[in-house]
Design a binder for this molecule. Structure first.
Ligand code: AMP
Length: 208
């Protein structure tokens, strides 16, 4: 059976809500993912988290990925795709899920095309893309604050600067790609969690 009935929701796996969150490092993608997952019964899929789990697990992929991550560079596309496909397959078997949030993927136009292809092969598509826009200053401030809390190796001033500049280099082609496919929505993330979520909710309410 393709349908699951929970106390207050009905999810049809054929009509999933698949949201891509783009935005610079520290733009609030992780936080918005959590809020959206809770509100819309979605599963959070963060390639950064998956890579950090590979590193923690000491896998070969993790060891290679670490050398890129620690410098603020992107892990090569072909190294990520299998990991992502496996994670998507796992999420799609979760009948209680009404969709997926892609956080940190895609990071470039080639990844955006790869994601469309991967989803199409599974009878799925990207429903909407939220590009969470915040100033470089705010990204930097948030990442430095996080550095004291999460102890991430890539949250130090030098690597943060590299990550922000790489983001600017690659963001426009991703934006253009999603504008072309008609799913792109710019979100002002400058004012924090609630105002950002309110903008996303307004869009999602219209999608229903
Ligand atoms: P994040 O947690 O999304 O900030 O990602 C942390 C780091 O993981 C990034 O700086 C990249 O080195 C790597 N990474 C995460 N997602 C991707 C991706 N889609 N493509 C390439 N590298 C990625």
């Amino acid at each position: 059976m393709d349908e699951i009935i929970l106390p207050f929701i009905i999810c049809l796996n054929s009509n999933m809500l698949n949201i891509v969150l783009t935005g610079g490092p520290g733009s609030g993608k992780g936080t918005q993912s959590n809020v959206l997952c809770e509100a819309y019964h979605l599963r959070h899929l963060s390639t950064g988290d998956l890579l950090r789990a590979e590193i923690a697990g000491g896998t070969e992929l993790g060891q290679i990925a670490k050398s890129y991550i620690d410098k603020g560079n992107l892990v090569p596309d072909e190294m990520i795709l299998d990991m992502l496909a496996q994670a998507v397959d796992e999420v799609l078997t979760d009948k209680a899920s009404c969709g997926v949030i892609f956080d940190g993927y895609p990071r470039n136009a080639a990844q955006a095309a790869a994601l469309d292809d991967l989803l199409a092969k599974r009878g799925q598509k990207v429903s909407v893309v939220f590009d969470i826009q915040v100033s470089d200053n705010l990204m930097e401030t948030r990442l430095l604050r996080r550095a004291g809390i999460e102890n991430r190796a890539d949250d130090n001033p030098e690597v943060i600067a590299r990550r922000i500049s790489l983001y600017h280099e690659l963001a426009k082609p991703v934006e253009d790609y999603y504008k072309m496919t008609g799913v792109y929505v710019a979100i002002d993330g400058e004012d924090g969690i609630e105002p950002t979520f309110a903008q996303e909710k307004a869009v999602l309410d219209k999608l229903k």
